[in-house]
Design a protein around this ligand. Structure first.
Ligand code: GDG
Length: 748
């Protein structure tokens, strides 16, 4: 297994210069901590800008050496490059547009040129350390062009991309003059991750509108490659924040805070200086609270930390001035000799101070206009070891999708925020504890390590089926040849899926019992003693018994859990613990309530959510959302989620039709084998059968099967005509081996 190469704009290091010497220390930021588990283990490296300008070659060598000891590789950028690519294109174009503030964007052509140049620089640096088998994980909007650049240079590389900021809806994204190039750039990856399902959906929407790529559910087909787009909500290192609550320095800070804020309740806000964070609106809401409720004056203070950021960009300078003015104005109007309404700090603090504030404050107010995720709110929750405190959270933060026990507000609604502050200050202790415990459970379970593991696990899965397999249409000519093989063989195995294969797909799953024509075709096949006919389905065994119980066919139900040999009884082939069903069933039920026409089917070893009956795109929409949730929940369990035709099924990863098919093939000494199926669950069967026989997919040519038909009518016709005698046997046999046909499997 190769190494993992992490790439981000900045390296996760703190660099200090003392007496002309550089010292390097890995930083503790969320990303660095999370990825630390993989990048420090020796089999990973991190590539990025070291955060300082170096034009002296000797110095570069020294820095290279020091960084290498930390598994870090620098990409040196010039002052001009940082101005144009980072401050310009990334922060004056992409940042505002992606945060729905497009009027702040400045579409300068030179920014775009530098963005290309710097992405290329990253690509060149990457190619120097890449070896086949390495896995690449690129981070964030500074490097949107990099996946394609790497793909072009290394077509077989496994590339993951994660975007930390929101992906806007198509109507916003289309404003970008370079929208197509940016999407093309991203689609060089195999796996593209966002914090929320909405971001993923927006990306899929933009891709299909702008590039006309084909996308179904969470997959895009582009340049004959399959790209998976999913949500991976990022977590924090909760243990670190819990650990800090016992730190001596932190406890001292808390003592100081207690002395400074006696009899005053504290509302805490912490953000980088950014117009996306809703700082001005939050100040207005606090002002409104003090205006409307004079009884709260001298009883509550806002403790506001704004961390300096990008203050060389004009927009940010302006914002800072506005904050300064508004804070001054509010304080001037409301303050008394003993009380300051807003304690405002424009600086960054050591983490020990943050921890003290997270623990000491009564309320944490997080109200961004837009935020990819927002980690501050999760850090506040993790730090509340006494389980009290209230979180007020903007519905526009990615975290609002998870922290549903916070007080959720619209950050533009000043009145609502001021009411939320009052509600938080008045919330009874029992209510605070109930909400806080729920949120803590979530923050702890879905922590940053879980995030890294889930992403890496999914990315490693990508390695295998990167190349889309394509089958050939089973035409008249090849059909004749198959009949020829059938007639010649003495012992034959027919593995037949049911829904979508032997019968057409129908909206009502109970309305597709076998018709007379089908029963006649199967009976004719069964009558030939040389044939072993197996109906291999995901259906429940009771249904199959009802339909085929009187026929001398073998039946495999629930993808291989149940087996009945012709004339025998049903046997449960495998026994598994199915306790996981209790956890997932309520979630599937919620989705069936939210999508009229859908329903949950509980089988002995699996759960299925069917949405054949759901109107238009709503089914796909909900299915995507559900899959995002389920994937997250089952990440560390031996379960597998299947996307079938209008159905999502969760079952043990040990069960699949491939295993059931293999059991038949092994030791069966068949000299003719055919497997016919229509959906993703049949792909396992095709992979197993293909070396030994003929594999036919119904409906589409994207399959591991060698051949495909357009519908079940064609499949029935083939089965009906298999036994008919042929006239041109010899010529056909010769021709078929000259022409470029895919494998028909061996003829025993
Ligand atoms: C981007 C996305 C997404 C803050 N002040 C101090 C300090 N911090 C730390 C916090 C927190 C981090 O900085 C801020 O993270 P956020 O998630 O809140 O916001 P962004 O910086 O905008 O991050 C965001 C994130 O990427 C991850 O994907 O959630 O949506 O915009 O960890 O604790 N740390 C120290 N002193 C401070 O004064 N030491």
């Amino acid at each position: 297994m190769g190494k993992t190469i992490i790439i981000s704009n900045r390296l996760p290091v703190k660099i200090a210069v003392k007496d002309g010497n550089y010292t390097f220390q890995a930083s503790e930021g969320g990303l660095a901590t999370g990825l630390g588990s993989i990048y420090k283990n020796g089999n990973s490296v991190w590539l990025g800008w070291p955060g300082l300008f170096v034009d002296n070659e000797q110095q570069k060598k020294e820095i290279d050496k020091k960084l290498e000891a930390l598994n870090l590789h620098p990409v040196y950028l010039t002052n001009e490059e940082i101005n144009q690519y980072y401050e310009g294109f990334s922060n004056e174009i992409l940042w505002p547009v992606f945060h729905y503030m497009s009027t702040y964007a400045r579409y300068e052509n030179s920014y775009w040129e530098y963005y290309n140049v710097v992405n290329k620089k990253f690509c060149d640096a990457f190619l120097k350390i890449y070896q086949p088998g390495d896995v690449v994980w690129i981070h964030d909007y500074h490097l949107l062009l990099l996946p394609k650049m790497i793909r072009t240079a290394q077509p077989l590389a496994t590339i993951g991309f994660f975007q930390h900021i929101p992906f806007p809806s198509f109507e916003l994204f289309r404003l970008l003059p370079w929208r197509a190039e940016l999407l093309e750039g991203l689609l060089g990856a195999d796996l593209i991750g966002f914090h929320t399902y909405d971001d993923a959906r927006h990306f899929l929407g933009a891709s299909s509108h702008i590039l006309s790529v084909k996308s179904s559910l969470n997959t895009v087909l582009h340049d004959d490659r399959k790209i998976v787009v999913e949500s991976f909500p990022m977590g924090i290192d909760d243990k670190k924040f819990i650990g800090l609550t016992n730190d001596k320095e932190v406890l001292q800070h808390i003592e100081h805070l207690k002395n400074s804020f006696t009899n005053v309740r504290l509302i805490l806000t912490i953000d980088r200086l950014d117009y996306s964070k809703g700082i001005l609106q939050r100040l207005q809401a606090f002002d409104l609270l003090l205006e409307n409720r004079p009884d709260w004056r001298e009883k509550v203070s806002l403790y506001m930390i704004v961390v300096p950021s990008r203050d060389t960009v004009a927009m940010y300078k302006e914002l800072r001035n506005e904050i300064d003015k508004l804070v001054g104005n509010i304080n001037a109007r409301h303050r008394t000799n003993t009380w300051t309404p807003i304690n405002y700090f424009y600086r960054s603090y050591p983490i020990e101070m943050l921890s003290a504030l997270y623990q000491f404050a009564d309320v944490c107010l997080v109200t961004p206009m837009r935020d990819g995720m927002n980690l501050v709110c999760k850090e506040f929750v993790a730090s509340r070891v006494s389980h009290d405190g209230v979180l007020i959270l903007s519905e526009m933060a990615g975290a609002a999708k998870e922290l549903i026990d916070s007080i959720i507000v619209n950050p533009n609604n000043i009145v609502e925020i001021s009411h939320a502050m009052l509600a938080a200050l008045n919330m009874p202790a029992t209510e605070q504890q109930r909400r806080m415990k729920q949120m803590q459970e979530l923050v702890s379970k879905y922590n940053v390590h879980h995030w890294v593991e889930t992403f890496m696990h999914r990315l490693n899965e990508m390695e295998k089926p990167r190349q889309v397999e394509v089958s050939k249409y089973l035409n008249f000519f090849t059909g004749q040849y198959i009949r020829n093989r059938y007639v010649r063989a003495k012992k034959r195995l027919l593995l037949l899926d049911y829904d979508g294969t032997l019968v057409n797909f129908a909206t009502d799953i109970n309305a597709v019992s076998p018709d007379k024509e089908l029963l006649d075709i199967l009976q004719d096949l069964v009558n030939d003693e040389g044939n072993k006919v197996v109906i291999i389905s995901g259906r429940q065994h009771t249904t199959m018994e009802e339909w085929f119980g009187n026929m001398a066919v073998d039946m495999v139900a629930e993808h291989g859990v149940w087996l009945k040999k012709a004339g025998g009884n049903w046997e449960e082939t495998i026994q598994f613990n199915v306790d996981w069903k209790k956890q997932l069933l309520p979630i599937l039920k919620v989705y069936s309530d939210r999508a009229p026409g859908s329903f949950v089917e509980e089988k002995s070893h699996s759960l299925a959510w069917h949405y054949r009956g759901v109107e238009g795109g709503i089914g796909e929409f909900r299915a995507n959302e559900l899959m995002g949730n389920i994937r997250y929940l089952i990440a560390d369990q031996p379960l597998h989620m299947l996307q079938g035709n209008k159905v999502i099924e969760i079952k043990s990863s040990e069960i699949n039709k491939g295993k059931a098919a293999l059991a038949y093939i092994t030791g069966g000494h068949y000299n003719f084998i055919i497997a016919i199926g229509d959906d993703v669950t049949d792909e396992d069967m095709f992979k197993v059968v293909r070396p030994f026989g003929i594999t036919v997919k119904i409906g589409t040519n994207k399959s591991a099967a060698a051949f495909h038909f357009n519908n079940s009518k064609e499949a029935r016709a083939l089965l009906r005509n298999l036994p008919s005698k042929l006239l041109i046997t010899k010529i056909l046999d010769k021709l078929i081996h000259i022409l470029p046909y895919p494998s028909f499997g061996r003829e025993g």
